[in-house]
Design a protein around this ligand. Sequence first.
Ligand SMILES: *Cc1c(COP(=O)(O)O)cnc(C)c1O
Length: 378
Amino acid sequence: MKPKTKVIHAGIFGDKYTGSVTVPIYQTSTYKQEAVGKTKGYDYSRTANPTRHALEVLINELEFGKGGFAFGSGMAAISSVLMLLNSGDHIVITDDVYGGTFRVIDKVFKRLGLSASFVDTSDLAKTEAAITDQTRAIYLETPTNPLLKITDIQKTAELAHKHGLLLIVDNTFATPYWQHPLQLGADIVLHSATKYIGGHSDVVAGLVAVNSEELAERVGFIQNSVGAVPGPQDAWLLIRGVKTLALRMEQIESNARKIASFLDAHPKVERVYYPGLKNHPGHELAARQADGFGGMISFDVGSSEAADRLLARTKYFTLAESLGAVESLISVPAKMTHASIPKPRRDKLGITDGLIRISVGIEDGDDLVADLKQAIED
Ligand SMILES: *Cc1c(COP(=O)(O)O)cnc(C)c1O
């Protein structure tokens, strides 16, 4: 099945009771038992719900996994996966991960005895140097947020397995349409489904797929024990979002290429970060390990004032956190999504006050370029 067919036909098609071509929203918490313990596969919706189940089968197939799981947010998915680890364990993690991931590790999991080394995982030698006797997992984000750094998933998987470690990949930016970490050797792939998978800025959710039945059992146990699950309406919205994932990603990518080349050639733009540009250090690797470069572009206009001026002038780029939706969004990571990272650390990472991040939507690409042009030149 080719990817465009897969987003329509993967998972569970329709409803066997009524013939409905869409999976219905099973708005129920509990299920009648024919006799004690005799169920139709469902007894309580924290454990399993048919709408959520359809979504879990779908993400599992899209990610080529051995088990899929849905959560109430990307952070719920990440936190639940981190609960596979024990007090005293150590993880090696990408240094410019999503701010919320940094925060939950630094402020919550550290308190519970997990330690972490944040390293530039795009440099395999640095990742290897950070591994200790206590290390149990490597956690990657690729491309990263907001600097779009690319880490070699396959080589990192080989390294992880050589040391007996799990490889966990946050695949939010690349989407299961463009990139398949489990096929490249990762053990666990996760998503903030709030972003491209939902795709319409109307649902907060997280998804996970794993590469073995053993991990499926362990993640399923945590999912049911901790209970950070989405309701059936949100699960249904995500199934609906996936139907157009291919169309959206193709349009987003085509717009992103136009915008990135425009910005790259503009004298008022100091630097552009987009893996689709040939001058991006991860360009060749990104082209090899994913089928597309995605719709996130960051660029540096040099100062906080220049950034504010541009933000005040764009018409089609809505100033908002988040990303991955049909409408183009614009943000200043240092003041918004990455504000929870201390300033010295932000500066060290390159997340300057003049750095602007855009999430390219599905509008007409020429309109988006013209909008940025007038905002930069005004
Ligand atoms: C948004 C995001 C998260 C967190 O997901 P939520 O759905 O907001 O909880 C994690 N990782 C990445 C890369 C994200 O962009």
